[in-house]
Every structure is written in C-alpha cells, then in structure tokens.
Write a protein that binds this ligand. Structure first.
Ligand code: 3PG
Length: 306
C-alpha cells in the first residue's frame, strides 16, 4: 500500500524518519509531499495513495475525488475540522485523528505566550507574575489537562468548564469545575481556549464573554481562530484598555488588531503549538502505526467519521 505524508507545514525530519520506519516495516511504501503551495499539488500526489497522513492540510471533496484508491486519512493531531468528514464517509474513506499526541506541546506554548503577555510583551516595563492568579480553562480535553498540570507548577488557581468532561476528572486534577461560561470568564484573570471548531463553537467567544474578564485579563487562544468572534474581540479590546489577546493562530483581522492595540495582542506567524520534534514524533508515528494497524487488522479505534 502507498502511504502519502502530505504536510504543508512539515514534520521535523526525525519524525519523518520514524514514520518511514513504521510504514516500511509494515511492508508499505512511503511518499512525501512537503511545503506544497497549491492544493492541486496535493490532488496530484494523492492519485495513487491508499492512505494519507496530514496535519492542518485541507482534505476537501475535490481531494477525495482525486484519490480513487484512498482508504484512510489520519490527521496527525487533535482537531479534524480540516477534513470534510461527510465527503470522506461518502467516498468510503475512514478518518482518524491521534488524540493526545501533541497536547503537551500546545499546553507549553500557552504558558510561553501567557508569560510574555503578563511581562508586557517583554517591553521592559514592570509586568506581573502568574503565582496565585486565576486561570480558567475553556474545555478540559487533552490540552486543557496538560495546561492544568503546568499551571499547578506556577502556583495558579485553576478552574475549568467542559460539559463533556465529568467533574470528577477535573477534581482529580485539582481543578475547580465551573457551571457556565459567565462564571468562567468573570472569575478568571486568564482564560485559555481549548474548544474545537464546530458549528456550535464558531464565533462563540466575543464581546459578551471577553468583556466579563477581570482587570488585566489575558485571553489565550491555541485552539482555532474560528471560535473567536473577531469583531467582538476588537470591540472588547477597544472598550477595555487593560485586556490582552495572544493567539497561536493569526485572526483574519490581525493587521488591524496589531495596529489598533500595540503591545496588547500577539500572534505567532504560523500555527506552532504542535510544532516540536517531540509532538511531531508522537503524532506522526501514532498516525503511521494506526494506518499499519488498519491495513493489518482493520482496527478503526480512532475513527472520527460515521
Ligand atoms: C491540532 O489540532 O492537533 C493542532 O492544532 C496542531 O495542528 P498542526 O499539526 O497543524 O500543527
């Protein structure tokens, strides 16, 4: 079988070597398409692929039409909003993700950006510390749980909201469960977003929630830009000169925000939460193993489409 790794943002070379080893030892062939600039290149590369490993690369109906032999797509990572699940199902293609494999990397970046924000973007002026401060975690999945663990080391008071997570799981992690969004945003000086981009969450964090945050609040987004109502964010930053927004995903209005709110907003140039050698190895090799297992035994444990 031919396994194509198609990554516009490549894995670290050491991860690619690990993926190659797993694929070849299972008797399959590896093909690599990195740093492509046009989706047409991906459509061409996928023509004879039986399996596909991607990151945030878009798996569209057109791509699936161009891949007549494709049986499985594994998104090496957590969020699979880049994959058209309905179209994959109608093409008879299994879609999987690799939950948890890159979550520590993303959680560490939360603190990289939070420390930068409370130290006034390293401008040299007196900032503040994290010790004893309140942190609200918006969704307590794998990344949220790693954020809570690290926050414990900083001596922060941590609470979380997640209707899909039993409160016992939060309590066991030393995290206080909160009942609703109003409570989460009004009681926490810092809020870290970990909700997936779904029809329910798109544009769900805007002026009403952000403006509830206590004085000196920082909103950290290492999730998806789509969950933010960008006009509402700008409105909240305008109304409250004490608020900051730091994100691992450039919003569509990034240039406007940077110009209007200098020193109060920060965006990484390219999504890099999961861009560590360790996360690339973990997620990439997990994806390769899942594919090898699928071809060997039909295992679809991590399937996310119907
Ligand atoms: C994820 O959903 O796993 C993260 O957002 C990482 O995405 P990336 O693989 O494109 O860096």
């Amino acid at each position: 079988m031919k396994v194509l790794v198609a990554t516009e943002k490549p894995f670290a070379p050491v991860a690619v070597e690990g993926i190659r080893k797993v694929v070849e030892e299972a008797g399959h062939e590896l093909a690599l398409l990195e740093k492509y600039t046009d989706p047409a290149q991906l459509c061409e590369a996928v023509a004879d692929a039986d399996a596909l490993i991607v990151r945030s690369d878009k798996v569209t109906p057109a791509l699936l039409d161009a891949a007549p032999k494709l049986k499985i797509v594994v998104r090496a990572g957590a969020g699979y909003d880049n994959v058209d699940l309905e179209s994959a199902t109608s093409h008879g293609v299994v879609v999987e993700n690799t939950p948890g494999q890159n979550s520590n990397a993303v959680a560490e970046l939360v603190f990289g950006m939070l420390v930068m924000a409370v130290r006034n973007m390293y401008a040299g002026t007196a900032g503040s510390e994290l010790l004893g401060k309140t942190l609200g975690i918006h969704a307590f999945g794998q990344v949220g749980r790693n954020v809570a663990r690290i926050a414990g080391g900083f001596g922060m008071k941590v609470s979380a909201l997640d209707p899909y997570c039993p409160v016992e799981v939060m309590q066991a992690a030393g995290v206080e469960p909160v009942g609703d969004l109003h409570e989460l945003y009004s009681n926490n000086k810092f809020v870290s977003l970990h909700i997936p981009a779904t029809p329910e969450t798109r544009g769900s964090v805007g002026y009403d929630l952000i403006s509830l945050m206590p004085k000196g609040g920082v909103l950290i987004n290492t999730a998806r830009k789509e969950v933010i109502d960008e006009a509402g964010l700008a409105q909240a930053l305008e109304a409250r000169a004490d608020l900051k927004y730091v994100a691992d995903i450039r919003p569509d209005n990034a240039d406007e925000l940077l110009e209007r709110f200098p020193g109060r907003v920060f965006f990484t140039p390219k999504k890099m939460g999961a861009q560590t050698a360790e996360a690339n190895i973990n997620a990439g090799i997990a994806a390769a193993r899942q594919i090898a297992d699928f071809f060997a035994t039909g295992n679809t444990r991590f399937k996310v489409n119907k």
